[in-house]
Design a protein around this ligand. Structure first.
Ligand SMILES: *Cc1c(COP(=O)(O)O)cnc(C)c1O
Length: 797
């Protein structure tokens, strides 16, 4: 019996490591023991799985990403190993609540938001579906900052997650890799062949730490390899003797900064340089290690693309393309032409955004001294690409398509040119890529562009986050939807079953009561679990339009206070981090918190509406909020949210979407039908048209009484000493995302939401339909598409 063996291992660990017994051990000691035993169990399984992989000579995928927002691992692993229930009982017998151990585990913030969470959802799903895959990223010592809201203002604190998180990691000191920066490139002919040598470089050592990924009821174990940057031990005697002492210690100065922080602010040149260092550091280490292993096994790299698919998650790992070329040419003597053939058969790229500011560009002046050899390779790729475009008679497109242009290196262009496949992340987004953002590239490379709509690891987002709902659904559905989420569609059979709807409503209320309890503990605010839980949780960004949500709140306040409106009671729940240098985003947080403060002090108003801002949004907080949501706010300006995945998590947990026709909202609309979603606002073509004409915010102010009165009201607000007329000014003078254009239709739809919510049965049915049709948003479905249509990898059991 697996759990018996586990118990023995835990007790052995406590005795050997701490000289104690489970009954006497502290929670911290038991936490360490359980984490370590789970890690070793996965290590042993991994060993067996690796043997299987070697035997079957299976092709593998490698997912390179600057971010993996893994979430807490312990509960997920116990769940996947199918021992959570037994272990819980055993611990309880020894007076330990398993939840206390879950609370001790840090939530590793190795990502900012959706993009990083997606990478982790995919590793989980790939493993559950028995696909061999390795993730590559950086072992950030400090992940994303810990957010504290103090008097309505965001403050950032370091999150030292490794202190308690390290017990989940396996240090592989046998596989460290040297990565080279700076220096100069020397070219010479030897036996009629061009030899390139990188000289006087500074070295950084990449040390691998593996986070083992378990799969639900599966024998597969995959790896997320996180590289830590360390100085090369000892210093360079030769450099020292030549009097170049500062050079010999250069590597250690670089090393200490590379794996320190996730996305340090890149406003300064120094920050940008650090960002490039991070990106090159992890792709170089990953590829060097991978090719070394491949060569050891096959004695050639000719067949690389038969065994390896390299995935570039957004442009951050784009230097992998140049790095693979470098290794093939400089280290393995390949010709340029052959190296390019191998390389372009191996890389695939996912685009995650069309926001201009997020399409990475580096200045040549900054880049070239830092990575001279990589720069010369990018230059050559660019030269050959431009020649090819000229040969096609399309040279007029070069201002748009060249990699190097106007002193800048455009990373998305490198990714498109160097990959055999490019995909967007929702139908709408992928259409925008080929119709607009990369229209010319699509003409140059017909067939290269495709779509894979994002998905979520449903085992975390329903089975673990919402056990109450899962257990109930298991009693009424025959199919095992935890194994295969498409089976959840069976719930549609109960769409007219009043008993089932009532039962689902009851479970939702339980989740809302649990969240209300948490809100009371953390924010000190009492919220009514029978009010509408209206939830907007995601990174704070102007395009996501938390401000539109706040405008509606200000409008309701004014109507309740001065026009005798008595709306359906509602609790507005926000959680969001603002990037530390993003002042507008921080001002929006302050505005939301101040509205909350004003309402809380007003007995007339707080009876109807409340505003709660929960600090430090992260995976484990999302797991608490999402099961309790009635309304899922997905109100980005149409065309701006590539997909969204928060929308999918909320839908699966029975929240009804209030959204624009943006990202995957479009596919949610298709799945649930017009009656089970609230759509408002301009469509993507309408936004584009308005942009062409020029968006004139004051026209909306003059035309709409509601817009005018709400903005005028906001001008009068001074809360806690802060006057908010600047919010009205911003909306009238400097709002790229056109909040005022969508305000009236948003307010109308919000009142439809309230009306529908009053009818418990109607609302319960809408909620049911949302859960029942969320099957297509399982990450299992997404990764099957990647495996089959892009990577060409097979399951290995
Ligand atoms: C799912 C998730 C996101 C993405 O949310 P969107 O609404 O799609 O932007 C961001 N952060 C965390 C912690 C998540 O779990």
């Amino acid at each position: 019996m697996m759990s018996k063996r586990f118990e023995q291992e835990i007790e052995k660990y406590l005795t050997n490591r701490f000289g104690t017994k489970i009954k006497k051990a502290s929670k911290r000691q038991v936490y360490e023991a359980v984490m370590s035993v789970v890690r070793d169990e996965l290590s042993a399984k991994k060993y067996k799985y690796e043997q299987q992989l070697t035997k079957s000579k299976a092709k593998r995928a490698y997912y390179m990403s600057m971010e993996f927002l893994v979430g807490k691992t312990l509960r997920n692993n116990l769940f996947n190993l199918n021992i959570e229930k037994d272990l819980k009982k055993y611990l309880a017998k020894n007076n330990i609540d398993i939840n206390d151990l879950y609370d001790i585990e840090p939530d590793p913030g190795l990502g900012n938001g959706g993009l990083g969470r997606l990478a982790s959802c995919y590793l989980d799903a790939l493993t559950a579906c028995d696909y061999p895959v390795t993730g590559f990223s950086i072992l950030y010592e400090y992940g994303i900052f810990k957010q504290v809201i103090s008097n309505g203002w965001q403050q950032e604190f370091p999150d030292h997650w490794l202190e308690l998180g390290k017990y989940g990691l396996v240090y592989r000191n046998d596989e460290e890799i040297e990565v080279k920066f700076y220096g100069r490139v020397e070219e010479r002919f030897e036996d009629g062949r061009l030899v390139v040598e990188h000289k006087d470089y500074a070295s950084v050592m990449a040390e691998p730490y593996d986070l083992l990924i378990s799969g639900y009821k599966s024998d597969s174990v995959n790896t997320l390899r996180l590289w830590d940057a360390k100085a090369k031990t000892g210093f360079d005697m030769k450099l020292f003797e030549r009097g170049e002492y500062s050079k010999s210690s250069e590597g250690s100065a670089i090393a200490s900064s590379i794996s320190k922080l996730l996305y340090p602010a890149d406003a300064t040149n120094q920050g940008k340089e650090l960002r490039i260092k991070q990106q090159y550091f992890f792709v170089s280490a990953s590829l060097q290690q991978l090719l070394k292993n491949h060569y050891k096994e096959h004695a050639t790299l000719e067949n690389l693309s038969d065994y390896v698919s390299l995935h570039i998650n957004d442009t951050h790992p784009s230097l992998a393309i140049a790095e693979l070329m470098r290794i093939l040419i400089d280290d393995y003597n390949y010709s340029w032409e052959r190296a390019w053939e191998i390389s372009t058969k191996t890389f695939a790229y996912t685009n995650h955004t069309i926001m201009a500011e997020a399409l990475e560009k580096w200045s040549v002046d900054l880049f070239k001294p830092l990575l001279p050899r990589i720069y010369s390779i990018i230059e050559e790729i660019n030269k050959r690409f431009c020649q090819w475009v000229i040969d096609q008679g399309k040279d007029y497109t070069l201002a748009e398509t060249a990699i190097i242009y106007d002193g800048m290196i455009r990373m998305a262009n490198l990714c498109i040119i160097g990959s055999f496949n490019v995909n967007g992340v929702s139908k709408l987004h992928s259409d925008i890529l080929v119709d607009s953002t990369f229209k010319t590239f699509n003409e140059l490379y017909p067939g290269k562009f495709g779509n894979v709509t994002n998905g979520i690891a449903h085992r975390r987002w329903i089975a673990q986050a919402n056990p109450e709902l899962t257990e109930y659904l298991e009693t009424i559905l025959k199919g095992d939807f935890v194994k295969d989420l498409s089976k959840i569609s069976e719930l549609n059979n109960f769409v007219n079953d009043k008993k089932v709807i009532a039962e689902l409503n009851k479970i939702k209320l339980i989740k809302k009561e649990q969240l209300a309890q948490y809100i009371k503990e953390v924010n000190g605010i009492e919220v009514n679990p029978n009010s509408i839980f209206d939830v907007q949780v995601k990174r704070l960004h102007e395009y996501k339009r938390q401000l539109l949500n706040a405008l509606h709140i200000a409008y309701l306040y004014k109507e309740i206070k001065y026009n005798n409106l008595k709306p359906t009671p509602r609790t507005f729940i926000f959680a969001a981090k603002a990037s530390s240098g993003y002042h507008t985003a921080k001002n929006i947080i302050k505005f939301i918190c101040s509205l909350g403060e004003m309402i809380e002090q007003d007995p007339e108003v707080r009876e109807y509406i409340k505003v709660v801002f929960l600090e430090d949004y992260k995976v484990s907080l999302a797991e608490k909020i999402i099961p309790a949501a009635d309304v899922s706010e997905q109100i980005s300006q149409a065309g701006k949210e590539a997909s969204g995945t928060g929308n999918m998590k909320l839908m699966l947990n029975g929240a009804v979407t209030l959204g624009t026709m943006d990202g995957a909202n479009v596919e949610i609309f298709d799945a649930v039908g017009n009656d089970n979603i609230f759509i408002f606002g301009l469509t993507t073509p309408e936004v584009e048209e308005l942009n062409r004409q020029g968006y004139k915010s004051w026209e909306y102010y003059n035309k709409s009484k509601r817009v005018k009165e709400t903005l005028d009201f906001i001008r009068t607000l001074t809360i806690g000493g802060v006057n908010f007329s600047f919010i009205a000014d911003m909306l009238l003078t400097n709002d790229t995302y056109m909040c005022l254009a969508d305000f009236d239709s948003y307010v109308d739809r919000q009142s439809d939401v309230a009306k529908a919510f009053e009818d418990k049965e109607l609302w319960g049915r809408m909620s049911l339909v949302n859960t029942a049709n969320a099957g297509i948003f399982s990450a299992d479905r997404s990764v099957e598409e990647y495996a089959k249509d892009i990577w060409n990898i097979k399951k290995v059991k």
